[in-house]
Design a protein around this ligand. Structure first.
Ligand SMILES: [Zn+2]
Ligand SMILES: [Zn+2]
Length: 453
């Protein structure tokens, strides 16, 4: 037989196997879909705030138990861990968040949330799954069902976690502090996805390397000397210092950071003063600072401190400003080797045209806490936009509602089906062979803790 013909036959049988695989997965996903969709609607109608995901966690725990998973509840508060062991092989973790947001839903959907709850300050707030975590949970349950029903297709240990309080960046840390990685097998790889309107439902997006930003929250207190608004010569006006500081801070990104690097400095609030004819004693600024690279992060934080102190000194302030580092989250770093490999896996599962190269996000994510613990990560984007509306948005330049909007409403049917198909494909690919082989295939720089800030 001519070599070319042998090659063609071999190639066509490979693609036939891939097609047969995709067809059988479609059937498995179709079988799991109705229950996953019903769960989605139920969770969407009954959202719970960060750290208060009691009903949500119980619902997932009982569902996973009935599928044969070994479930432990109350890890780091309301967190759950579900394990399915299936012989020797790698340990792979898939994570969903459990929490919703204090947003009043305005989607007009028949299953829109009407829930109100008390927040941690005791105020009554509306609650909505405005970030799509309900879709992530429904996908995880669909995936759990497919994996439990097809143990001949994979080997190793599958760990599914329901993580509380992602929106307050407390849940991942809470679960790790409560022994997630000591009481249960430590994952060789951690996987998660996030739905958004940046891509059409039916598509997924992959980024190799930095996927989300480092986020730092700063509180700056500028001290002046208060007095009568008509006698400025007796005062040091902290409002004027604050104004100059805010403008000078905006020169860090534009003048100090190398063009092309990602860096954001936003002053999100200014609090000062009580009355028009009083010069106050102090002014407060609230900042969020975003970056990808650790060295850029260090540069931004150092420049903010330098400029803030120098502006106060230039004005003759009686005290150096106080700069408090309130919160910080590291960037999520996707292992590049894993990302390349799994991009191919996703292309076979949902079609080459449906897998795009995503842009890194300027949002932040506490999935980075798992990466920080030395677990290589694959965190990918799931399209949520109605394809027609998405095309229209691209044409007109008017964006669709983003995550956290009161109008955020993913196109559930294609998005949820795609999520389950994608998760199953990724897990099956990772859960075969030996753990050592999987680890060997991962880049050495993956899972390296970022330098201290
Ligand atoms: Zn969110
Ligand atoms: Zn989210």
């Amino acid at each position: 037989m001519p070599k070319l013909l042998i090659l063609l036959l071999a190639l066509s049988s490979v693609s036939a196997i891939a097609q047969a695989g995709a067809a059988s997965t479609k059937k498995e996903v179709d079988n799991a879909y109705p229950e996953a969709h019903a769960l989605y609607v139920d969770l969407h109608e009954n959202p719970e705030l960060s750290g208060h995901e009691i009903r949500t966690a119980a619902k997932l725990a009982s569902g996973l138990r009935s599928l044969g998973y070994e479930v432990t509840e109350h890890i780091g508060g309301t967190g759950i861990v579900a394990i399915l062991k299936n012989g020797d092989g790698p340990v792979v973790m898939l994570r969903t968040e459990l929490d919703a947001l204090p947003v009043e839903e305005k989607t007009g959907l028949p299953y829109a949330s009407k829930v109100h709850a008390q927040n941690d300050s005791g105020e009554d707030v509306p609650v909505m799954h405005a970030c799509g975590h309900d879709l992530h949970m429904a996908a995880l349950m669909g995936t759990a069902a497919v994996m439990a029903g097809s143990k001949e297709t994979w080997r190793g240990t599958l760990i599914l976690i329901g993580q509380p309080a992602e929106e307050t960046v407390a849940g991942a840390k809470g679960m790790i502090d409560d022994g997630l990685l000591k009481r249960f097998p430590k994952p060789d790889v951690a996987v998660a996805l996030h739905v958004g309107n940046g891509l059409s439902a039916g598509e997924v997006g992959v980024v190799a390397g930095y996927m989300s930003t480092n986020a730092d929250t700063l509180r700056i207190t500028i001290y002046g000397k208060g007095g009568h608004g008509a006698a400025p010569q007796t005062t040091v006006d902290p409002i004027v210092i604050a104004a100059r500081t805010i403008l000078a801070l905006q020169t860090i990104v534009s003048r100090e950071v190398r063009p092309g690097e990602t860096a954001v400095i936003t002053v999100g609030f200014v609090h000062a003063g009580t009355k028009d004819n009083i010069i106050p004693d102090q002014a407060e600024l609230g900042l969020t600072v975003r970056s990808f690279k650790p060295e850029v992060r260090k540069q931004l934080l150092a420049a903010i401190a330098r400029i803030t102190r120098a502006e106060a000194e230039a004005a003759g302030a009686p005290r150096e400003p106080l700069i408090e580092h309130r919160e910080s989250t590291d960037a999520v770093f996707n292992d590049p080797e894993l990302a390349h490999r799994l991009k191919g896996v996703l292309e076979s599962a949902i079609g080459k045209d449906n897998v795009v190269n995503s842009e890194p996000h300027s949002a932040s994510e506490d999935f980075s806490y798992y990466v920080e613990q030395g677990i290589p990560s694959f965190y990918f984007d799931l399209g949520g936009a109605d394809p027609q509306k998405h095309a229209q948005a691209v044409e007109t330049g008017v964006s669709l509602p983003s995550n956290h909007s009161s109008l955020f409403a993913p196109d559930v049917d294609p998005a949820l089906r795609t999520a389950i198909t994608a998760e199953v494909a990724v897990l099956r690919n990772l859960l075969h062979g030996s753990a050592a082989d999987l680890r060997k295939s991962i880049s050495p720089q993956s899972g390296v803790k970022q330098p201290a800030r």
